[in-house]
Design a protein around this ligand. Structure first.
Ligand code: COA
Length: 397
């Protein structure tokens, strides 16, 4: 390539096959996470997701993703303490949360609040790796507070301060700030597992956004703000919210599923909670969440959709069976996280932002990794528009 003239390079680019959506394109190396799309495998820093979900806590997984090894007891305690000390948010940020218009989506509130938070970070203009990690840890610690406060302000509910004493884990503290209740061990465990499963997934669209943003040598708050904006779309993180509305507002009854799905497919519409760019079989996270979803949706007092709506887990199972048999398209994790979050009492407008409070760990880890060996991410587009047009003055158009 070095010896080619500029014109030859341009010709060469114009002849290359276009990889629309960057399907299958490998842009860099990573040590954070690996996906085996063929066999349904997922590892964080080399550890199988199944083992992490079974044996670790969210805080341990955050440490692992950020610092590339599992913490020993001392490291974990110190890290947990660091997260706890960073849970509160500046008064000025609370003021703007209160000022936002009502009926605003929670994910927009979160995106805007994170962007504003950078202005109050004492490391704002320090771009060293150590400062980036400090900022990343602050974001991870504060994001549940931003979300719980935003939601309660929008719902005209009194605010519940974060637990700064360290009596509650990351998951339990969020649940408490959101609902005002201390979760049972069972609920806390389920929340922990949901957070672990959403924490990282290599170069998904929002992580790509984060990496593109820092690749310009922009800052980590900008990376997380870009990533949240990318996550909210319904083909990515917004799918979990769409799944629950599909179940409770549109389908409602088991008997409605097949006619509903056939109609959608005839119209060539996508069914939310199905399909994946990398997994062409079972998504391993979906398989884990399926078990939890089943367990919680079968607890009478937890699965309480309004009258006239069938058991949510039963409904997604019928849907999954149909999609696999008829279309060979498999469920992704959103199909099962939605009924589980519903059973856990999380209000649907929080499903996508809840994804963000976990995935921000991956975004931070990737931002730091990108900057370790940075190269501006700047692909090409092939121009197919008009050329050689003659400019016409405004009075003659
Ligand atoms: N419902 C119906 N058909 C689907 C589908 C779905 N959820 N997902 C994929 N397909 C079909 C497409 O229509 C397409 O069929 P065609 O080849 O006959 O046109 C084929 O499968 C390939 O789909 P495509 O959208 O090109 O794959 P992709 O890799 O670009 O998309 C997703 C992956 C995730 C964007 C896609 O599966 C989707 O939109 N899913 C629904 C949203 C969702 O749940 N997102 C969360 C992802 S974790």
């Amino acid at each position: 390539m070095k010896t080619m003239s500029k014109k030859v390079v341009e010709n060469h680019i114009s002849q290359r096959p276009i990889k629309k959506g960057l399907v299958g394109v490998v842009v860099d190396e990573t040590k954070i996470c690996s996906i085996d799309g063929k066999n349904g495998g997922l590892t964080y820093r080399g550890y199988a997701i199944e083992e992490l979900v079974e044996k670790s806590t969210f805080e341990e997984v955050v440490y692992l993703l950020l610092f590339a090894h599992l913490p020993n007891e001392y490291e974990l305690e110190e890290f947990k303490d660091r997260l706890i000390q960073e849970r509160d948010i500046p008064d000025r940020i609370l003021m703007i949360l209160k000022d936002f218009p009502r009926n605003t989506t929670r994910i927009e509130l979160l995106r805007t609040a994170i962007s504003a938070l950078s202005l109050y970070d004492k490391d704002d203009y320090n771009y060293s790796e150590a400062a980036n990690l400090r900022k990343g840890i602050r974001i991870i610690a504060k994001i549940p507070t931003l979300l719980a406060f935003s939601h309660r302000i929008q719902s005209n509910l009194p605010l519940i301060e974060p637990d700064m004493e360290g009596n509650l884990s990351h998951a339990a503290n969020f649940y408490h700030m959101l609902t005002g209740e201390i979760p049972s061990d069972k609920i806390e465990e389920a929340f922990n597992k949901v957070l672990i499963l959403h924490a990282e997934h290599t170069l998904n669209a929002s992580t790509f956004s984060a990496r593109v943003t820092v690749s310009t040598l922009s800052d980590i708050y900008s990376a997380i703000t870009s990533a949240i904006g990318t996550l909210r779309g319904s083909l990515h993180g917004g799918a979990n919210e769409r799944v629950i509305y599909m179940l409770i507002d549109e389908i409602k009854k088991k008997d409605n599923i097949i006619p509903w799905v056939e109609k959608k497919l005839q119209k060539k519409e996508k069914i939310m909670g199905f399909g994946h760019r990398v997994y062409k079989n079972w998504d391993p996270r979906a398989l884990i969440l399926r078990e939890f979803s089943k367990e919680f949706c079968k607890i009478e007092e937890m699965n309480t959709p309004e009258d006239g709506i069938d058991n949510l887990f039963d409904m997604v199972e019928i849907l999954a069976d149909y999609m696999i048999k008829k279309k060979n398209i498999y469920p992704n994790m959103d199909l099962y996280s939605a009924p589980l979050l519903y059973a856990l009492g999380v209000p649907p407008p929080l499903y996508t932002p809840l994804f963000a409070i976990s995935r921000c760990v991956g975004w931070v880890a990737h931002s730091v990794e990108q900057l370790k060996n940075n190269k501006l991410i700047r692909p090409r587009l092939r121009y197919v528009g008009d050329s050689n047009k003659k400019y016409v003055g405004i009075n003659d158009r």
